[in-house]
Ligand binder design. Structure first.
Ligand SMILES: [Mn+2]
Length: 553
C-alpha cells in the first residue's frame, strides 16, 4: 500500500492547524458537509480500509456475473469526494463487471462541476464514465430514475457521490441476482469520518453490527438487529440476510425488475420516503431485499454545520410530509392509521395524483401490507410498537433525604444528572418509559406523553461510585436500564445493582451500594403505575417487553 496521507483509511489525517487552515476547513464543512481540505490532501486513488469479516475472503463465487452500471447522482458535491467516489469504483471493480459509471448532475451550479473540469477529468477513462446533466434540479429521487433510464447495464448500482468501495465489494452484491432477478441487494455501509476520512463500522445491530432496516410509525429511518429467525435462514454468519427496508442511498437492483416496478414514484419530490417506497414495492411486489455483509462500502456522513442544498423554488410546501403521505396512502393499507395517529397534521396534506403508483400495485398484483408486516417486518412492532405503551412513572422526581428534585435542564450526552431545589427546577419532568430508561420531558402538558415524545437523552450509569450521567437513548437496556421499586422508593441500576443516591453537597446523583435505611436513596414520582412497575420488576436484571408488543409475532 502506498504511504500517502489517509492511505488505508485507518489513521486520522493530520493537518496544519493554523487559524487560517481551521477557517478553511470550517467553511468547507459549511458548504459541502465534509472537511474538503482534508479530502483534498488524500489521493483520489487511495486504498480503502477493508472492514470485511475474515469469512468473506473464502466464498466461491460464480466466474461469470452480469456487468453493472454504477450510478452517482449529485448536486453541488465537493470535488475530491465526488471524484474519489468514481476513482474508487473504477479501481476496485473488475473491469468485466463494470459496464459503465453513470453521472447524473442534478442541476449543480458550482464552477468546479459545471465549468468543464469534470468532462476533462473523465476523459482518462475513454467513455467508461458518462456524464448527464439535468436541465433543472429534479431532486435525488427523480434523478435516480433518470439514471436508470440512461444506464445500459443489466444491474443498476446506486451509490451516493461521497463513497469509497471496499475490496471485492461488487461480487457478493451482484451474485444473489443471478438466482432471481427480483432480488435486490444492499451493501453494508461503513462510516467514513468527514473530518479524518477514517473508516469505521456503523454501531448498532447485533453483536456483529449486523442490522436490518426499519422505520417507526411516523416513517423515520431506523435500524433493528439481525434476529434469530433471520439468522436461522443464513448458511454462514456472513451470508446475505433479509431486511424489511433499506436506507436508500446505496443498493443494487436488476434493470429489469426496477423497470417492472415503475422506478420511483414520479410524484416524490427531492428526497424523503423513497427508500421506503422502493422497499415496500420490492417486497410486496414479489421481490426480496437482502443485506450483504461481505459487500462493504464506505460512506461519508454529512457533518454538523452543513448548510444543506436547499429546495428548488418550484417545489412548494413541506415536500417530505407530502412524500410520506404518498407512500403511506399507496402501500400501508389499514396500517396508515398508525401514521396519522403519530402525525395528525398529515391528514390535511394533499398527496397529489396517485393513479399511476396505484396502477403499478394493481398491475403487479402486489401483496398486502399486512402480509409484509407478518412475514418480513414481523419484529418491527417489538422495537416500534403500533400503539406505544404508556410510561411506568412520570413527573417530578423528588429525593426524600435532601428534598431536592432531579433537574435535566440543558442536559445532553456526557452531562451529569443535577439536583435542584424543587421550586426552582428548570426541566423537572421525567418518565420511566416502557424501554425502562429514564428521560427528561420538556414543556407543560406532559400528561399523555409517551417515550417517543421525550428528549432522546437517558440516564446512563457507568458503575458503582460514579455519578449518573446522560447518554443518547439506545433502548437496548444495558447502562440505561433502571428499575424503580415502589415500596422502597429506590432506583436500581440493573447492570451495577446499585442505587441512585443523592449527594447534598455537590447536587449530583451517584450509584452506591443499596442501603434501605438511607433516605438519600429514596425518591418519589408525581405519578406512578404500580401494575406496570410490578411487571417491569419481575426481572430485576433484564428489560421485559410490555404485552402490547406481542401484536404480530
Ligand atoms: Mn449520503
Amino acid at each position: 500500500m502506498p504511504a500517502g496521507p489517509g492511505e488505508g483509511g485507518t489513521e486520522p489525517l493530520k493537518l496544519d492547524d493554523s487559524v487560517e487552515m481551521q477557517k478553511k476547513q470550517k467553511d468547507a464543512i459549511n458548504e459541502f458537509g465534509f472537511n474538503m481540505v482534508a479530502s483534498d490532501a488524500i489521493s483520489l486513488d487511495r486504498y480503502p480500509a477493508d472492514l470485511r469479516h475474515e469469512e468473506c475472503k473464502y466464498y466461491q463465487y460464480p466466474e461469470r456475473l452480469p456487468a453493472s452500471s454504477v450510478i452517482f447522482v449529485f448536486h453541488n458535491e465537493g470535488w475530491s469526494t465526488l471524484v474519489r467516489s468514481i476513482h474508487s469504483v473504477i479501481n476496485f471493480t473488475p473491469p468485466e463487471l463494470l459496464e459503465e459509471v453513470v453521472l447524473i448532475d442534478d442541476g449543480s451550479n458550482k464552477e468546479h462541476i459545471t465549468g468543464g473540469r469534470l468532462e476533462e477529468h473523465i476523459k482518462q477513462w475513454d467513455g467508461l464514465v458518462k456524464l448527464y446533466r439535468n436541465d433543472r434540479r429534479e431532486g435525488l429521487i427523480r434523478a435516480r430514475s433518470i439514471g436508470a433510464r440512461k444506464a445500459v447495464g443489466s444491474v443498476l448500482i446506486y451509490l451516493d457521490a461521497h463513497c469509497e468501495v471496499e475490496p471485492n465489494w461488487i461480487v457478493p452484491l451482484v451474485e444473489p441476482m443471478v438466482h432471481d432477478y427480483r432480488i435486490c441487494t444492499v451493501p453494508m455501509v461503513d462510516a467514513i469520518d468527514g473530518a479524518t476520512y477514517v473508516f469505521s463500522p456503523q454501531a448498532g445491530g447485533d453483536e456483529n453490527n449486523f442490522a436490518r432496516g426499519a422505520w417507526d410509525w411516523d416513517l423515520l429511518w431506523k435500524r433493528i438487529p439481525l434476529n434469530d429467525r433471520e439468522r436461522a435462514r443464513q448458511e454462514h454468519m456472513t451470508s446475505p440476510y433479509r431486511s424489511p427496508a433499506m436506507a436508500g442511498g446505496l443498493f443494487a437492483i436488476s434493470r429489469k425488475f426496477f423497470f417492472e416496478l415503475g422506478l420511483y414514484d414520479e410524484g416524490l419530490d427531492i428526497w424523503g420516503g423513497e427508500n421506503f417506497e422502493i422497499s415496500y414495492k420490492i417486497w410486496m411486489c414479489h421481490g426480496q431485499m437482502l443485506f450483504v455483509p461481505c459487500s462493504r462500502v464506505g460512506h461519508i456522513y454529512r457533518m454538523k454545520g452543513w448548510r444543506g442544498n436547499g429546495t428548488p423554488s418550484y417545489v412548494k410546501g413541506n415536500f417530505v410530509d407530502r412524500n410520506y403521505v404518498r407512500v403511506v396512502e399507496v402501500w400501508w393499507d389499514e396500517y396508515s392509521k398508525y401514521f396519522y395517529e403519530r402525525k395528525p397534521n398529515a391528514k390535511h396534506v394533499d398527496p397529489g395524483d396517485l393513479t399511476e403508483v396505484k396502477a403499478v400495485r394493481e398491475r403487479l398484483q402486489c401483496k398486502s401490507f399486512d402480509w409484509f408486516m407478518k412475514e418480513i417486518g414481523y419484529d418491527l412492532p417489538k422495537h416500534f410498537p403500533l400503539v406505544e405503551p404508556s410510561n411506568a412513572a412520570r413527573g417530578h422526581i423528588t429525593n426524600v433525604g435532601t428534598n431536592l428534585c432531579v433537574d435535566g435542564h440543558h442536559a445532553g450526552q456526557g452531562d451529569q444528572l443535577a439536583l435542584s431545589e424543587c421550586a426552582s427546577v428548570r426541566e423537572g419532568q421525567w418518565m420511566l418509559t416502557w424501554h425502562e430508561d429514564i428521560r427528561p420531558l420538556s414543556g407543560s402538558n406532559v400528561e399523555n406523553k409517551k417515550a417517543s415524545d421525550a428528549r432522546k437523552v437517558c440516564w446512563d450509569g457507568t458503575g458503582i461510585g460514579n455519578p449518573i450521567g446522560f447518554w443518547e437513548c439506545h433502548t437496548q437496556g444495558g447502562n440505561q436500564l433502571f428499575k424503580y421499586i415502589p415500596d422502597k422508593k429506590q432506583f436500581i441500576h440493573s447492570p451495577s445493582r446499585a442505587c441512585a443516591t443523592a449527594d447534598q453537597a455537590n447536587k449530583k446523583v451517584y450509584l452506591k451500594a443499596c442501603d434501605d435505611s438511607n433516605d438519600n436513596q429514596k425518591w418519589w414520582w408525581d405519578k406512578q403505575d404500580d401494575a406496570t412497575l410490578a411487571r417491569q420488576n419481575k426481572d430485576m436484571m433484564n428489560h421485559i417487553d410490555p404485552p402490547e408488543l406481542d401484536y404480530l409475532s
